[in-house]
Design a protein. Structure first.
Length: 122
C-alpha cells in the first residue's frame, strides 16, 4: 500500500502465488476474479497474474490476464508491462509502459511514473 506524490492512495498487492491486485485512480484489478471492463472480452471473468524478473536492480514486470474465449479455450493476454525500482525499503518507483516502448530504465519525469510509499506490510 502506498500513496503517490499527490497523496492519492494506491494499493498494489503482489502475492507470492503470482496473483496481483491493483486499485488506483478508478482502476480495480482483482487478480483472482477480475471482470474485464471493455473490449471484445468485456464481461468475462479473468485471472490476472504478474511475471517479473527480480534478479535485476530495475525489475521488469508484465501483467497477464487469462480467461476462456468464446470457444471455452484458455487465452492468455499480456496487457501491461512496466518497471519497478526500489529507492529504499519504504519507497519505490513504478513505471507503466502504456506506449509499449520497452525502456530499460525509469525516467522520473515521465507522467507514467509513480512514486509509492509503503504504509505497512501485510
Amino acid at each position: 500500500m502506498g500513496r503517490n506524490r499527490c497523496g492519492e492512495r494506491w494499493l498494489i498487492y503482489i502475492f507470492s502465488d503470482g496473483f496481483v491486485k491493483v486499485e488506483l485512480d478508478g482502476l480495480n484489478i482483482d487478480g483472482r476474479n477480475h471482470i474485464i471492463p471493455d473490449g471484445p472480452n468485456k464481461g468475462k471473468v479473468a485471472q490476472v497474474k504478474y511475471a517479473a524478473d527480480f534478479s535485476k536492480k530495475i525489475i521488469k514486470f508484465s501483467l497477464i490476464a487469462s480467461y476462456n474465449d468464446f470457444n471455452n479455450k484458455l487465452e492468455e493476454s499480456k496487457f501491461l508491462n512496466g518497471l519497478i525500482k526500489f529507492v529504499n525499503v519504504n519507497e519505490f518507483l513504478i513505471f507503466f509502459d502504456f506506449e509499449n516502448k520497452n525502456p530499460t530504465d525509469i525516467d522520473i519525469t515521465s507522467p507514467n511514473v509513480l512514486t509509492l510509499y509503503k504504509e505497512k506490510s501485510l
